[in-house]
Write a protein that binds this ligand. Structure first.
Ligand SMILES: Cc1cc2nc3c(=O)[nH]c(=O)nc-3n(C[C@H](O)[C@H](O)[C@H](O)COP(=O)(O)O)c2cc1C
Length: 434
């Protein structure tokens, strides 16, 4: 492909409560109780809107994480938080993650549709299946359901939810007879102001990608290199075409962990300082969990053994295949020792791509990936809020605009509209700014 691509990048911010750094909550820049303050969430929403980002994004956890490896053990319900932020903002999209394993489709369809009305058509649902035993225990199960079954339920869940949202517009009776859900009835709810709430999917296994290709408007992906990102991008887009959809109907936004500074050195110092406030065992516990291999049994000063990098996946592994693949791919390419890798994650990411440098360098990277056809945009994950988001608003976005990679103002008033407006030659009158 040539080095010109029409349209502009899509940008979300994955809030992760206080930022992606595991010890963000300990930062002197924050008050560790901010997450229960409505004012904190309003501030984030307004700031993201000042940056004219397409969406704010919240992950979802149904249990308190293990503080040994869970960066953000404290989370509140994303849909409730975004309902609050909806009142403090006017244009920014509001993407809330929710599990198909531990929700009911009728209840969730109506909760997201309610957020859609409260926000004037800015709601989106990010579909996940939940992968941990602690969450399962909170719902009275002895362990998490196997991935295959979780995804079978997720596919039906997505299908039914879309049918319910469509029925809200058409008034049709919904008849759905699957192996997980049986529904026959009228979904009496007012039609979505944006046609249908936006549907995202996060999960990089073949089953996850299949749901994305069939039903999703967007994918929150985990990608480390532009080459593999491009390959996965092609897979999802061509699978979408196989389901009779246009490639542009499903947008792909990898996560990108960010530490920015006015010089590269300053950015590196910042990330080192932030990581040094984390317990030293954090990275090893995180990696054990993420790839399903007991990292404490590996030789720290040796490269990762071949059976870890290329061996068959343990059938009992219920974690994310998408994250696992992107981590192992990076290790295969760079061949670090275990110790080097654990240290390097602070510069290169941990399943998601990582970036440490200046706003100018970040814009180079965004441009490179976008023009290479590796993504449609990014879900940015600043190290620490709120200042990490301020730098995006004040420095990164103006640079992107100067290069013609980002719009100067919102062109539409709904999340679906923002997504469509990113494509060249779209019918922009569909969702005019009112
Ligand atoms: C980028 C990305 C983000 C994810 N975010 C969440 C999340 O917020 N909450 C959650 O329960 N699972 C999350 N997951 C997990 C998956 O959605 C899914 O539930 C499961 O672990 C299988 O993932 P896989 O398709 O990559 O194997 C995420 C996965 C990926 C790749």
């Amino acid at each position: 492909m040539g080095n010109r691509r029409e349209g502009h990048v899509l940008l979300g911010v994955n809030v992760l409560v206080y930022g992606y750094i595991p010890s963000a909550w300990r930062s002197p820049r924050l008050d560790s109780r901010d997450f229960v303050e409505p004012a904190y969430w309003e501030r984030i929403g307004r700031l993201a809107e000042r940056a004219t980002l397409d969406a704010v994004f919240l992950a979802d956890a149904l249990s308190l994480g293990d503080p040994a490896y869970d960066a953000n053990p404290i989370r509140l319900d994303p849909t409730v938080l975004w309902a609050h932020v909806a009142r403090a903002t006017e244009r920014i999209g509001l993407l809330a993650t929710a599990s198909t394993t531990f929700n009911d489709p009728v209840e969730l369809a109506s909760r997201i549709l309610t957020l859609d009305h409260i926000s004037g058509g800015r709601a989106g649902w990010n579909l996940v299946t939940t992968r941990d035993n602690r969450s399962a225990a909170n719902f009275g199960l002895s362990g998490i359901v196997a991935r295959t079954e979780r995804y079978e339920r997720a596919a039906e869940f997505a299908d039914l939810t879309r049918k319910l949202w469509t029925a809200a517009e058409t008034g049709e009776t919904v008849r759905f007879h699957g192996s997980h859900f049986d529904y026959e009835g009228d979904f009496r709810a007012p039609a979505s102001p944006q046609g249908r709430p936006v549907l995202f999917q996060a999960g990089g296994s073949p089953a996850g990608r299949d749901i994305a290709a069939r039903y999703a408007d967007g994918v929150f992906a985990a990608e480390i290199t532009p080459e593999t990102a491009r390959e996965h991008y092609g897979l999802v887009k061509s699978a979408a075409a196989g389901y009779g959809r246009r490639p542009g109907d499903v947008k792909i936004l990898p996560g990108l962990l960010l530490t920015l500074g006015s010089t590269e050195e300053e950015a590196r110092r910042r990330v080192d300082e932030l990581y040094d406030t984390s317990p030293s065992a954090y990275s090893a516990a995180w990696l054990t969990h993420a790839i399903g291999v007991d990292v404490s049994k590996l030789e720290l000063d040796e490269p990762f053994p071949d059976e870890v990098l290329n061996g068959p996946i343990d059938e009992t592994f219920q974690g994310s295949i998408g994250f696992r693949e992107s981590i192992l791919e990076q290790i295969r390419q760079t061949r670090p020792t275990v110790r080097e890798y654990l240290r390097r994650t602070r510069y290169s990411g941990s399943g998601h791509g990582g970036f440490v440098g200046t706003p100018e360098q970040l814009v180079d990277r965004i441009e490179q990936w976008y023009l290479a056809g590796a993504c449609d945009g990014f879900n940015l994950q600043p190290d620490i809020l709120v200042d990490g988001l301020e730098v995006i608003a004040d420095e990164v976005i103006p640079l992107l605009r100067a290069r013609g990679l980002y719009r100067h103002e919102y062109e539409t008033s709904t999340l679906r509209g923002h997504f469509r407006a990113a494509e060249p030659n779209v019918e922009k009158t569909l969702h005019p700014v009112g």
